[in-house]
Each structure stands twice: as structure tokens, then as C-alpha cells.
Write a protein that binds this ligand. Sequence first.
Ligand code: CO
Ligand code: CO
Length: 306
Amino acid sequence: MDYTYNGDAGVFKINEDLAVVSTVDFFTPILDIPFYYGEIAVANSLSDIYAMGAKPISALNVIGFNKKIFPMEVIAEILKGGASKLAESGTVLLGGHTIQDKEIFYGASVTGLINPVDLITNRGAKEGSILVLTKPLGTGVITTALMAKMLGMEQAMDCINNMRALNNIASEIMVKYKARAATDITGFGFIGHSIELAEASNVSLKICFSKMPVDKLAFDIISKGIYPGGSLENQSYFASNCKTEAINEIEKAILYDAQTSGGLLIAFDESIAEKALAEMQNRGVSNARIIGEVIPRGKDIIIVER
Ligand code: CO
Ligand code: CO
């Protein structure tokens, strides 16, 4: 029997105890250090597996580059970065595919396993569930400033380290505490992925902006007028479903910012949310915060308070 969930990754149920979870993701460089780019690309590819509570087991590299422009050493560094994240996650690299393209792109197709009873999708959030976000927002803004050379690598190191971090521990803890729903925050930004989860669960979400983990550097950059095109698109696409007049324009821009290798947004039962959060923080997911709650479905899908 096969199942198709409208979620972060495809799920194929093999039997009552076992399902395969499958995903692919790749993108062009977001910073100038090939090793970090490789790490972040693979952390991002693994993230859709972790967002469903599954364990990654194997991966295939997907890579494009023009050998006339990019030296082989650069490609080797990117692959080394990717391999380090696969090793950290316990995922075995089975192979991959390379094509010649005018731009570099890199990522991986990842296969994971899960017992279907543990599967966490974006569909199960219930009124009263508590929302946890596990990584700071602002990566789109900060990497845009990095690529424009408006920012030094050392200034952006917190952001880079957050993108390099796997969502594995947050995922393990959300499975342990039987989270009701989850998704990872990537290209559609916090608001876009929150809307997906809210619609799949037929609820609305109330968010408290002052509790959100945000990389403070992003506020400065936005106030200088730097904002990625993809984030701007998110804003025009999703704004009509959101009530955001309680926050200012820069704060709104943070919520729509397209993220790379972002954190998990998780809905926990109220009775265990604090405990699950404490366990995440104790185990190194130090930016995880309770950021809001699930409310009955209303006209606005996302309601942002201060
Ligand atoms: Co996803
Ligand atoms: Co994805």
C-alpha cells in the first residue's frame, strides 16, 4: 500500500511497521566557503526527513557545475562538506549524479525509514496545541548580504552555524513526545510554511513575535534596504492570509524571509510542550522557543501579536 502525504517528503508504506520516506532538494551557493555550502545543502536536504520524524539511512548526491569555470578543488570541498553532514546524521552515501550546468547547484536525494505510527505530518495540529520553533529566522536576509559582500563571514557566523546544524535532535525529541504536527521552515519563509501546516490541520495559528527566535543581524540588514527577491514574493503571496498590524514592516519582513536549512515548527500538546522544549535546549537546540499556539480556524490563518 502506498500513501502520498501532502507534506515535507513522500511516504511509502511497506508494511504495518515500516514506511520509506523520500525527498530531494538542491540549490545554488548562498555563501562563498565551499565546505560550508556543502554542509548546509545536505543539512537542508536531510531536514524534510527529520520534519516527518523519520531517520535518514541513505542519500544520493545531486550536483551541477561548469568544469571550465569552477576548479575541481571547489567541487571536492563542497562534496566533503556534504559528506560530513551525512556522516553526522548516520546516512550512507550510495552515489549520485553530476551534470554540466552554467551555475553550481548541490544537494541530495535522501531516503529515510519510520514506523508509520511515529510519522508526524503537517496535518495533526489541534486547538490548544503549543508551537515551538527550533532555529532563528533571518537566514535569507543574512546570506543575501553575505553574497553582496556587505557583510563579513565572521559577522554572519552565528547564522552560518545555525544553517549547518541538523534538525536531528529536535526531530528525535518531537517523536519521543508524540508531537501532533510539524514542518520545516525553508523557502516559503516562516509564514508560508505556517500557513501550509495550518491549512493541512484546518486551524489558525496565533504567533507572539517577541518570543520568536530571530538572528538580530537581519533587522539591521533589512533596515538598510537589503531584502531577497524570494522573500518579497512570499510577502506578496501570503500576506492576505495574515493579520500582522501589531508588528512593524521590518518585523513582518523577517516572518516572510525565505529560509535555508531552517528549523522545525512543531505543534505539541499543551501538557508536554514545556518539557519537550527543555529537553531540546538541554541537548543543544539552544535557540528553540515556544512562539505561539493553535486556535480554531478563523478568517485569518496566521495572527501575529507583539
Ligand atoms: Co519541508
Ligand atoms: Co524541501
